[in-house]
Write a protein that binds this ligand. Structure first.
Ligand code: NCD
Ligand code: ZN
Length: 338
């Protein structure tokens, strides 16, 4: 049995730089037509010049495989000139509250001061992508941030806002209140809860921000995704860290899910009798909200069990050692943009 997915998109992806980029980019390029590339590098991607260099590095790391990097700029105060110049080369700005996750020290410290840049984004029709967590108690951080989303949605009604990697039932509720708000959902948050991370022996490979939540939160996410909510789309948040940064005292946050993303999504949707909703989640919903039309590329999966390797060089993959039911067969790329 075969499954064909037209132009699948990973709308939240960390590819890093240097040797790590070389190591991980081929996994995404082998499965997806395009990806939204996160800007939280050691030196954040916060200028057009830096963005162009990084985009080229990503493209080089993908070699001959067609993969469109949809670039983001790290949120700071930008002038109108800077944003006008960048508009055609970015999919949006990515906002991190300062210090909330990996490489986010240069993020926003004072939300009272973001209005000017946000209003330029609204005027120029540039989407705002947000890591929505407060610095409160770890299980409540996403919920405590929701008033910021409401403020943004109500005060900038023409601004398109993406709540990145939502993990709670409350976030799904908020999404339903505002048409100008969409959200990405990761693979791991559809599969795991805090119990999987810390209920038994601590599992560093499942530790990420936002932390996986309660069973009822996972259930609410699954329900909304499996029913085909039109403003929910896939963003893996695949975030590789070398093993010595995970299996140590002071484990870095991030789940490296790129090697298993599409096969495991197919397995999950099939197990929940909603395989027909997969195309919406990994392709159409995101294209519609972002109004993008990346070069088309079909992904083919076949039903053939394979065991996820224990490691890929210095990184350990999500679901390593497990046997998955679907595997990537090949992809077929066309050059047309339309
Ligand atoms: C991400 C990373 O490592 O860059 N980590 C994570 O736990 N998801 C950053 C992020 O998206 O929070
Ligand atoms: Zn991320």
């Amino acid at each position: 049995m075969e499954l064909q997915i037209e132009t699948p998109l990973d709308l939240h992806l960390h590819l890093r730089e240097g040797a790590m980029l070389q190591q991980v980019a081929p996994f995404s390029a082998a499965q997806f037509a395009a990806g939204v590339i996160m800007p939280n590098l050691v030196e954040p991607v916060d200028s057009l010049q830096r963005l162009r260099k990084y985009r080229q590095q990503v493209q080089d790391a993908c070699g001959d495989v067609l993969f469109t990097p949809l670039m983001t700029l790290f949120f700071r105060e930008y002038s109108r000139e800077e944003l006008v110049a960048a508009k055609d080369e970015i999919i949006g700005l990515k906002l991190y509250p300062a210090g909330i996750t990996t490489q986010s020290e240069g993020g926003v410290r004072d939300f009272d001061r973001i209005g000017e840049t946000v209003s330029l984004l609204e005027e120029l029709d540039i989407p705002l992508l947000v890591h929505g967590e407060s610095n409160g108690f770890v299980m409540d951080r996403e919920q405590e941030f929701l008033p910021v989303y409401s403020w943004l949605a109500e005060n900038f009604p023409r601004l398109r806002i993406v709540m990145e990697h939502i993990t709670t039932a409350k976030s799904v509720e908020l999404l339903n209140r505002y048409d100008n708000v969409a959200a990405t959902v990761t693979l791991h948050h559809l599969l795991i809860t805090l119990d999987d991370v810390a209920g038994g022996l601590l599992q560093p490979d499942l530790f990420c921000k936002p932390i996986a939540k309660r069973p009822e939160d996972r259930e609410a996410l699954c329900q909304a995704v499996f029913r085909g909510h039109p403003r929910l789309f896939f963003g893996s948040d695949s975030a590789p860290h070398p093993r010595h940064k995970k299996e140590c005292c002071g484990c870095a946050a991030g789940v490296f899910s790129a090697p298993v993303a599409l096969p495991m999504l197919a397995q999950l949707f099939e197990a929940n009798n909603c395989l027909e909703k997969l195309a919406g989640f990994v392709s159409n919903h995101g294209r519609t909200f972002y109004r993008i039309n990346p070069p088309s590329k079909s992904a083919f999966l076949e039903r053939a069990p394979w065991q996820v390797p224990e490691s890929h060089g210095s990184v350990t993959s999500f679901l390593s050692g497990q046997v998955l039911e679907w595997r990537m067969k090949n992809t077929e790329q066309t050059t047309s943009n339309h």
